[in-house]
Ligand binder design. Structure first.
Ligand SMILES: Cc1ncc(COP(=O)(O)O)c(C=O)c1O
Ligand SMILES: N[C@@H](CCCC[NH3+])C(=O)O
Length: 399
């Protein structure tokens, strides 16, 4: 899925900018939905990974619903054409206004994260004259072996209701007139690369299901969240291993007749389709390293500064001898680095660099710190061009 020639076509655009390749996105969506549908699983794309309306429009065409974490995401999903009945809403801090909005929108279900939230939903549903569909987000205390900041299903994390409280929450729901129990929700973290973690999650879910079924409850819906990690190490982009991922769940989860299983992938669907194109402003020597200062910074892509993550970088302007470089942005923070060591064809002022696999949690986490300009984006989509009969791979500015 490497596309160096495509990126070179955009060398005259003002940098920095995100470039989305919807041809790559479509390939990933075809693979993901091929394997999810083989097992009868329903997908809800986690909008937080990338809420670009053009990208959402493509995702929606594959029969995928929306997983939202704010009232604005719920509104945005529906405005971008997702059917309200395909929208789920999680989040530890839903405001009254957001809950009311979601009730009016008639979303599929709330993934409830505390006892108090349940009371509020019940009250607001009564005010709206409706019944809220709710799934309980359970914190299963599973270690996802990922970066500490993106672990969400360990007992020390703020998300979900502890397993030990589940019984009392269910009996509370039974007494509520305006709440309908839909099932259980789990999401244990992001960028999970060890399949054994998902196996452990399934084993925990099996125990929890048995326990609450023995109390007489049925669980019509089971939502296993997102979390499938991608390979950020290689220059060439690789397809996430959806086959192995879904098979782990199919083989490990105890099946129930008529039960609908849901997933909420974010990163694995969109990361590969995004590239950040940035221009080299200066090259300077610092003790021990040759430093390329580029015009994108942590304001455009915060992941390296926040999680010490690495995104593959290539030099689009040169194939000359390779040297080691550190690559940093212009922001007034010492953490504003993309990498301290990458082997690149010799870098000079005005060269273009491509920072790859940034389609997830890239543009959405950008900021205007240092009163930056605000990030631009473009996309290419062969399919759209073919439909309208225009030239293939022209650039469309979408912001
Ligand atoms: C509730 C919920 N579902 C789904 C996701 C998507 O996760 P990922 O992008 O790792 O697939 C997230 C983000 O971590 C989330 O918080
Ligand atoms: N923002 C994180 C993912 C967080 C997912 C939301 N719980 C990242 O860039 O990897």
């Amino acid at each position: 899925m490497e596309n160096k020639n495509l990126w070179r076509q955009f060398s005259t655009q003002e940098t920095p900018f995100y470039l989305y390749d919807f041809n790559v996105l479509r390939k990933v969506l075809v693979e993901a939905t091929k394997w999810s549908s083989r097992f009868g699983y329903k997908l809800h794309y986690a909008l937080k990974a990338n809420a670009n309306p053009e990208l959402l429009n493509v995702i929606r065409q594959y029969g995928i619903g929306a997983d939202c974490v704010s009232g604005n995401e719920v509104k945005h999903a529906v405005n971008c054409g997702f059917h309200s009945h395909d929208v789920v809403f999680a989040g530890v801090g839903k405001t009254d206004e957001e809950i009311s909005l979601a009730l009016k929108t008639r979303i599929f279900s709330f993934n409830v994260e505390s006892c108090q939230e349940l009371d509020v939903i019940n009250k607001l549903a009564q005010d709206e004259g409706t019944k809220a569909r709710v799934a309980i987000r359970v914190n299963p205390d599973v270690n996802p072996y990922t970066h500490e900041y993106i672990s969400t299903g360990q007992s020390r994390n703020k998300f979900g209701i502890p397993h030990a409280e589940l019984k009392s929450v269910l009996s509370k729901i039974e007494r509520m007139k305006y709440v309908q129990f839909m099932g259980l929700h789990f999401h244990i973290g992001s960028q999970i690369t060890q399949m054994s973690v998902f196996r452990e999650l399934c084993q925990r879910v099996n125990i929890i299901q048995k326990e609450i079924e023995s109390m007489g409850y049925e669980i019509p819906h089971l939502n296993l969240g997102g979390g499938l990690g991608i390979n950020y190490d290689d220059e060439a982009i690789q397809m996430p291993d959806f086959e192995t991922y879904f098979k782990v769940f199919y083989q490990t989860l105890d099946r129930r007749a008529g039960q609908q299983i849901h997933f909420e992938p974010g990163r694995s669907l969109v990361a590969a389709s995004g590239t950040l194109i940035t221009k080299v402003l200066y090259v300077k020597e610092t003790p021990g390293e040759e430093l390329a200062i580029v015009d994108a910074g942590m304001t455009e892509l915060i992941r390296p500064a926040l999680y010490q993550s690495y995104h593959p970088i290539s030099n689009l302007s040169s194939d000359e001898d390779r040297e080691h470089y550190a690559v940093a942005g212009p922001i007034c923070e010492s953490s504003d680095f993309f990498t301290h060591k990458v082997l690149l064809p010799r870098v000079k002022r005005n060269h273009l660099l491509a920072i790859k696999q940034v389609g997830a949690y890239g543009e959405v986490m950008s900021s205007r710190y240092n009163l930056r300009q605000g990030v631009r984006r473009y996309h290419v989509d062969n399919e759209r061009k073919t439909e309208t009969g225009k030239e293939i791979c022209t650039l469309e500015r979408t912001s």
